[in-house]
Unconditional design. Structure first.
Lengths: 90, 132
């Protein structure tokens, strides 16, 4: 499997990205999110100190409060023939 | 033409991708003036996974391309964009293969922007084919 060929650092970065995405889209249950966090902990212990430091630096640049409506835009109803995009600032 | 995909979430918690296909009159294609292209585009079809209106947007993708651009060309352009370095910010505008892509994301989707681009453009291409 591809994940078995990944380095622990690459696997950690992938899990971090998946976690943020799942939180943002609300597509994962708390149990699923906990499972990802547990795997991240396990992968963390296999990373070198340098890789852990790099992961910490990367984490510092990531958003802290991902939420589904972070974009600040709302969809609006449009009819065929209209000339505006179907969104506005919330 | 202008193809627009929006990943939305309703107040009831439903999530999905809603799609909008716009057309331009002949001779209206100028990729350096996106605002003008927005204003002159006419909505010709739409399809919904979530009933439209007052849904919060998690992401959106607008693809501007000359009328008649084939889906294969848009798919190739999207593949090339996935190979680009991370943009400095969002919404990000990419020009590739004669088309212009504008991708807007909520913060939580930024690390997986290539994944989101793939999801949205795939749905758009299906919709554009149906609209032909």
């Amino acid at each position: 499997m591809e994940q078995n060929r990944m380095s622990p650092a690459d696997r950690y970065q992938l899990l971090q990205s998946l976690l943020l995405r799942a939180r943002a889209l609300g597509t994962a249950s708390d149990v699923q999110l906990d499972a990802v966090l547990e795997e991240m902990d396990a992968v963390w212990s296999k990373m070198s100190p340098g890789e852990q430091l790099a992961a910490d630096d990367r984490a510092a640049t990531l958003p802290r409060i991902p939420a589904p409506d972070d974009l600040g835009l709302t969809e609006v109803v449009k009819a065929v023939g209209d000339h505006q995009l179907p969104r506005r600032v919330a | 033409m202008l193809l627009s995909a929006q990943r939305v979430r309703s107040a009831q918690g439903l999530t999905g991708i809603n799609l909008y296909v716009y057309r331009h009159a002949a001779g209206e294609w100028n990729p350096s003036k996106l605002e003008e292209l927005e204003r002159t585009a006419e909505l010709v079809s739409q399809s919904f996974e979530v009933p439209p209106g007052e849904n919060a947007l998690a992401s959106y993708l607008d693809v501007f391309a000359p009328e008649g651009t084939h889906s294969v060309e848009i798919a190739r352009a999207a593949a090339a964009i996935r190979g680009c370095p991370d943009p400095a910010g969002f919404p990000a505008v990419f020009t590739e293969g004669g088309a212009v892509f504008r991708l807007g994301l909520g913060f939580g989707l930024v690390p997986s922007w290539r994944h989101e681009l793939t999801d949205l453009v795939s749905r758009l291409l299906l919709s554009a084919e149906d609209a032909r």
